[in-house]
Design a protein around this ligand. Structure first.
Ligand SMILES: NC(=O)C1=CN([C@@H]2O[C@H](COP(=O)(O)OP(=O)(O)OC[C@H]3O[C@@H](n4cnc5c(N)ncnc54)[C@H](O)[C@@H]3O)[C@@H](O)[C@H]2O)C=CC1
Ligand SMILES: O=C(O)C1=N[C@H](C(=O)O)C[C@H](O)C1
Length: 272
């Protein structure tokens, strides 16, 4: 028997799923106890290690989430919004910490996750890297220091397989900028410019999404005024930064009371 919490990875064959499995397997602070894929996925029923191109392992990929969650202390979940909402209910039943990295949630889906957090410890963040979470705090501070002579634009770039836009990170940065300015993002966001748009409205926060090749994830927050520009930038060059953050969150969540937390809580970056 070891004290290392048992972790189940959902979306095991995905870009993040495989990175998470490698990160957990390399750690002596957690043990991989399960791997989930969708029912129609060719990995279901197969040995996880072999599917990842290595030696056989103790883990067989399954589509039975509840059975797998029952053996775990934490679920690390980078899948799709619909899947993560379902896993939130099952993780709450199994009393597991649920780390959600999935992005692209609709408002009603976020409400369902929020409801699950009444009974479960959920840590959700659109970006699990230390660097981006620091950038969130910097963005809030810079936005609070400047008035709306400074136009704020959030520009993000990702690989050509990404299905949601703006990225979860871009929305976190936009929220931070809006909070710094004391406004509601919903009221000032401009998420699509095309055609004769008219002049930029003062106080807007604009979003731009670049998609191409194998870009891991890049985010700029631009503050542009007459005669000067400030650019706050984060570049992720390796998905391992997200996986390390997610593992840290799963460990941090052990023994924590039910509620919805984020990476600022995990990293101790919350402030007044
Ligand atoms: N918060 C963060 O730090 C990060 C978040 N992400 C987000 O994580 C999510 C996944 O990203 P990728 O790994 O690049 O995508 P991906 O498409 O490579 O992987 C998603 C995996 O989830 C699986 N899946 C979908 N529905 C499922 C279900 N019902 N049951 C079990 N498995 C299911 C798919 O089969 C696939 O293997 C995206 O929303 C992305 O934006 C990605 C990187 C970092
Ligand atoms: O889909 C991705 O790849 C990423 N998604 C997250 C997001 O939507 O911000 C985090 C990271 O940028 C990679």
């Amino acid at each position: 028997m070891t004290d290392a919490p048992g972790i189940v990875v959902t979306g095991a064959s995905g870009r993040m799923g495989q990175m998470l499995i490698e990160t957990i397997n390399a750690s002596d602070r957690a043990t991989l106890v399960g791997a989930i894929e969708r029912s129609d996925h060719p990995w279901v029923g197969k040995d996880l290690g072999e599917m990842m191109g290595g030696a056989s392992s103790d883990v067989v990929v399954t589509d039975d989430a509840l059975e797998a969650f029952a053996k775990a202390q934490a679920i690390v979940d980078f899948t799709s919004p619909a899947a993560s909402v379902e896993f939130a209910g099952l993780a709450a039943q199994a009393r597991c910490v649920h780390v959600i990295g999935t992005t692209g949630f609709a408002e009603d889906e976020l409400q369902k996750i929020n409801a699950a957090a009444r009974h479960a410890t959920i840590i959700r963040a659109g970006n699990m890297s230390l660097g981006v979470n620091l950038l969130v705090q910097l963005t809030k501070k810079v936005a609070a220091a400047l008035d709306d002579d400074y136009d704020i634009e959030v520009i993000e770039a990702h690989h050509n397989q990404k299905v949601d836009a703006p990225s979860g990170t871009a929305l976190m940065l936009g929220e931070a900028a809006a909070e710094g300015r004391g406004v509601s993002l919903g009221e000032v966001a401009d998420r699509a410019r095309d055609g004769i748009t008219g002049e930029r409205k003062r106080g807007q926060i604009g979003f731009h999404a670049i998609r191409g090749g194998d870009i891991v994830g890049e985010h700029d927050v631009l503050f542009a005024a007459l005669g000067e520009r400030i650019v706050l930038r984060h570049v992720a060059s390796d998905r391992a930064v997200f996986a390390r953050g997610a593992l840290k969150a799963a460990l941090w969540g052990q023994g924590r009371k039910p509620g919805e937390y984020d990476m600022l809580d995990v990293l101790g970056l919350t402030e007044n």
